[in-house]
Design a protein around this ligand. Structure first.
Ligand code: SF4
Length: 698
């Protein structure tokens, strides 16, 4: 047997190490610090997703096979012509947390540095943009202070809007093992009863969107009982008085918190007492916090409580955002969001654009943020964006108001899609570029605890499929910037990214991997997982951050941010009396292009189903397994009924995964509204008013 190749799972943000053989047999990597040999059901089935059947094999123009040269020449020419006629903001890239950091780096350099537009956004906007915005407001940069071992060293773990058992199974396994050993208490804050809440010491099934009220009440409570760490707060933060004033206005009493959250005063008091009494507390938050029109305030309401108690950056304590996608974090490091610049710089950071211009010798550096995901597709529809390249993502199913997104794709004058498989998005493409997939391409990803790991190839890409960074560099060269896009390997791209992170101190002080700037090709091949920061001269990977302050703000202090309460953008009413929540299943990934190939992964949930509370099902006359039509102001779909005692009355949960390939009635994205958080631009994927109608079973 040949030696196994060390690579990294392409699914969730835990970032598990995988040992893979060319024949697709694989197991968890015992040497990888994230998983220490464990894999979840999805990761263990990766070998069954490697068939060449159904792959996009050759470039295509208008449905006809063509050569790479012809396809790339056409893309470069149409982008050049569009920019010449309508300006740089008439073109855009929409990329993905599936992209490797090297892909992201090249895409950002091309769009923001050379084309001269901020119009590159990513499907990670749907995943963690509110955490990015919350971190930036509080810490001065998008830096995650926590480590996975904090969950094992805590005495209390609070999971907010996180079904960790299904969405980050290996991290959940680590937490459960630690609970068995040290008796860690677990509080789950989630409107739904889930596999995660089933094992909790306390489950707070709060009203959707009321997290800010709960944590504002906690901040006010901590101050009221003298549990604010006055010394730490005075030394390392600003804004406590303003944050406390807002918190007391929102949540002056337990009864008021109870009224806003739908929880009982007793439940709330028990949670507050647990938090106040437990120094080693970690608060993990995920999509239930981020995917909200108040997502950034939710994040800051959580951060405020940890900053007020100085519980950050020490073993077993801190706020901890866990990302959905395998490289949501890596994309953030190189400016993967439309409002970011590379190396954790921002457009509004004094001197940052100039530093980036000097480093890239960029002729046309963008001067302002570009369009965020939801508004980007609106701009296609209203004609502002006329040429769009979509990379490794399927917005025809996954974006809010998916029907409207499909109209935009159909109307786009020039649409390029690079992907591994046909999707509901590729069918609208003028040009299709076949992409190399997991196991075929080489690069790096960063997991939720800032650990950079290699993805390595162990099989040949089928047909003429090529990596995304290569396609982007080819377009850069063909658009006239040959020397600036001259890399011949992902290792060369990585070195440039590392050099930029330390250039003129250009990155956040907390993000710098300058030690990797001189890495040889052999060193890149052998690169072991490591955590940032790792600046030039450092020999140890980055550990916990901020225990002694040192925040990347101008004064080195973190900011407590006032978070006035507001509920979801739209609430149920007479026409749409239920609230729709969307999310993941345990064994599927996104729009199922990969996991949908594995029959045993579908055994867990074989058909699209909408989960109703028993009372709502009875009121609707809906029976388990029967059909249910769900409609919102934006569209409708038909699903099977699942009756779930874990559902709060008045709410319905539908998985996000099903596409036209798996159901004739369309994806749930058709129903989801387009409200976004005003700070982060993240869509409200968990609170859309809908109506339901039980249909006769055919
Ligand atoms: Fe992959 Fe996440 Fe499962 Fe680990 S926990 S094997 S990264 S899907």
């Amino acid at each position: 047997m040949t030696a196994a190749v060390r690579t990294t799972c392409p699914y969730c943000g835990v970032g598990c190490g995988v040992l893979a053989q060319p024949d697709g047999s694989l197991k968890g990597d015992p040497a990888h610090p994230a998983n220490k040999g464990r894999l979840c059901a999805k990761g263990a089935a990766l070998g069954e997703t490697l068939s060449d059947a159904g792959r996009l094999l050759h470039p295509g123009i208008a449905g006809a096979r063509t050569s790479w040269n012809t396809a790339l020449d056409l893309v470069a020419a149409r982008f050049r012509e569009t920019i010449a006629a309508h300006g740089p903001d008439s073109v855009a890239f929409y990329v993905s947390g599936q992209c490797l950091t090297e892909d992201y780096y090249v895409a950002n350099k091309l769009m923001k540095g050379f084309i001269g537009s901020g119009n590159i956004d990513t499907n990670s906007r749907l995943c963690m943009a509110s955490s990015v915005a919350g971190h930036t407001r509080a810490f001065g940069a998008d830096v995650v202070p926590g480590l996975y071992e904090d969950l094992e060293e805590a005495d209390l773990v609070i999971l907010v809007g996180s079904n960790l058992a299904w969405c980050h199974p290996v991290l959940h396994g680590r937490l459960q093992a630690a609970r068995g050993e040290r008796g860690t208490k677990l509080v789950v804050i989630d409107p739904r009863g889930t596999a995660t809440s089933a094992g909790a010491d306390l489950h707070l099934a709060l009203a959707p969107g009321s997290d800010v009220a709960l944590f504002a009440g906690l901040l006010a409570h901590l101050a009221g009982i003298g549990r604010v760490d006055q010394g730490w707060v005075a030394a390392h933060t600003t804004g406590i008085n303003e944050a406390l004033t807002a918190a007391r206005e929102t949540a002056p009493t337990l009864e008021r918190v109870a009224a806003l959250t739908g929880l009982s005063p007793e439940e709330i008091a028990r949670f507050y007492a647990m938090f106040a009494a437990t120094e080693r507390t970690v608060t993990v938050y995920s999509q239930g916090v981020n995917q909200s029109s108040a997502g950034t305030d939710k994040v800051n309401a959580i951060l405020n409580c940890h900053l007020a108690t100085g519980r950050i950056g020490r073993p077993g304590m801190g706020p901890f955002s866990v990302t959905g996608q395998p490289n949501a974090m890596g994309g953030r490091e190189v400016g993967g969001l439309a409002n970011q610049l590379a190396a954790h710089m921002r457009f509004d950071m004094p001197g940052a654009p100039d530093r980036l211009r000097r480093f890239w010798q960029a002729p046309n550096l963008a001067t302002r943020p570009g369009l965020k995901a939801v508004e980007l597709f609106e701009a296609v529809l209203d004609g502002r964006v006329k040429a769009l390249w979509i990379m490794a993502t399927n917005p025809a199913d996954s974006l809010p108001r998916a029907g409207r997104v499909r109209q935009a794709l159909a109307a786009c004058p020039f649409l390029v899609v690079s992907d591994c498989w046909e999707t509901d998005t590729t069918r609208h493409a003028d040009v299709i570029l076949p992409a190399a997939g997991w196991g075929e391409k080489s690069g790096t990803v960063t997991n939720s605890e800032r650990r950079i790991s290699r993805q390595r190839p162990f099989r040949a890409a089928p047909g003429e499929a090529r990596p995304d960074w290569w396609m982007l560099a080819e377009i850069g060269r063909r658009m006239g910037w040959a020397k600036d896009f001259a890399w011949e390997s992902p290792a060369a791209v990585f070195r440039e990214h590392a050099a930029l992170s330390g250039f003129e101190n250009g990155g956040s002080r907390s993000f710098d991997i300058g030690a990797m700037a001189m890495l040889s090709d052999e060193g890149y091949e052998a690169l072991a997982p490591f955590r940032w920061p790792l600046p030039a001269g450092a020999t140890e990977e980055g550990g916990r951050l901020f225990a002694a302050g040192g925040f990347p703000t101008p004064d080195g202090r973190a900011r407590l941010v006032p978070t006035p309460f507001r509920g979801p953008a739209a609430m149920p009413g007479a026409d749409y009396p239920l609230l729709l929540n969307t999310g993941r299943l345990r064994d599927q990934w996104h729009t199922m292009t990969r996991t949908g190939q594995v029959p045993r992964l579908s055994e867990h949930a074989p058909v699209p189903a909408a989960a109703l509370s028993p009372g709502d099902a009875e009121a609707l006359g809906a029976e388990a397994g029967g059909l249910l039509r769900l409609a919102s102001p934006h569209g409708e779909t038909v699903l099977r009924v699942a009756i779930d005692p874990g559902q709060r009355p008045g709410e319905v949960f539908v998985p996000m995964h099903w596409t036209d390939a798996f159901t004739s009635s369309g994806p749930v994205g058709r129903l989801v509204g387009a409200a976004v958080d005003p700070v982060s631009g993240q869509p409200e994927l968990k609170a859309t008013p809908v109506r339901a109608e039980a249909l006769p079973v055919r």
